[in-house]
Design a protein around this ligand. Structure first.
Ligand SMILES: Nc1ncnc2c1ncn2[C@@H]1O[C@H](COP(=O)(O)OP(=O)(O)OP(=O)(O)O)[C@@H](O)[C@H]1O
Ligand SMILES: [Mg+2]
Length: 161
């Protein structure tokens, strides 16, 4: 794939973070693997809540810190929300049957993907959240053709909101 553009947006506050997640949902067509990079407390779970709301989920969203993954069977597709913070060894993902999670009818949102390095597939989209003066900065970058489509749609959604 040719060199990709790195897009970014400034997100002031929790509500705007949830809104960005909803805009991500609108840019998802199914089958995407999305890495959520960012330090402790940067807003990865908040962003995931927005994506889940975008697909119609109304309840709470807790980070699956101990179970590692939480499935949400929603109308359009299944969202698998991973939090790999406590994963000791990437090999443990094999025991979870990790390969079954990555299908065209599912979307995988993965917090702390670096803990699964070597076993996780290449992400279609990389999201990186960092601290900014009035909240957070989100950068997103495609790594596959599928990811490029999503990255462009997301940019469009953000610019036109
Ligand atoms: N854009 C934002 N601006 C300011 N605060 C935010 C923003 N997004 C999220 N927060 C706040 O940051 C805090 C941490 O959010 P969250 O739990 O989503 O982080 P996390 O990245 O999932 O952390 P962890 O690595 O522990 O899983 C929450 O109090 C949330 O309201
Ligand atoms: Mg979290």
């Amino acid at each position: 794939m040719p060199q990709e553009l790195d897009y970014s947006a400034l997100i002031a506050g929790e509500a705007a973070m949830v809104m960005f997640g909803r805009q991500m949902a609108e840019a998802i067509s199914g089958g995407e693997v999305i890495f959520l990079n960012g330090d402790l407390g940067m807003g990865k779970t908040t962003l995931s809540r927005g994506v889940l709301q975008g697909f119609g989920h109304q309840g709470a969203v807790k980070s699956p810190t101990y179970t590692l993954v939480e499935p949400y069977e929603l109308k359009a597709l299944t969202v698998f929300h991973f939090d790999l913070y406590r994963l000791g060894d990437p090999e443990e993902l094999e025991y979870l049957g990790i390969r079954d999670y990555f299908t065209d009818q599912s979307v995988c949102l993965i917090e702390w993907p670096e803990k699964g390095e070597g076993v996780l597939p290449t992400a279609d989209l990389l999201i990186t959240i960092t601290l900014a003066q009035h909240g957070r900065r989100i950068d997103w970058q495609a790594q596959t053709e599928k990811g490029r489509l999503m990255a462009d749609k997301l940019k469009h959604n953000v610019v036109h909101s």
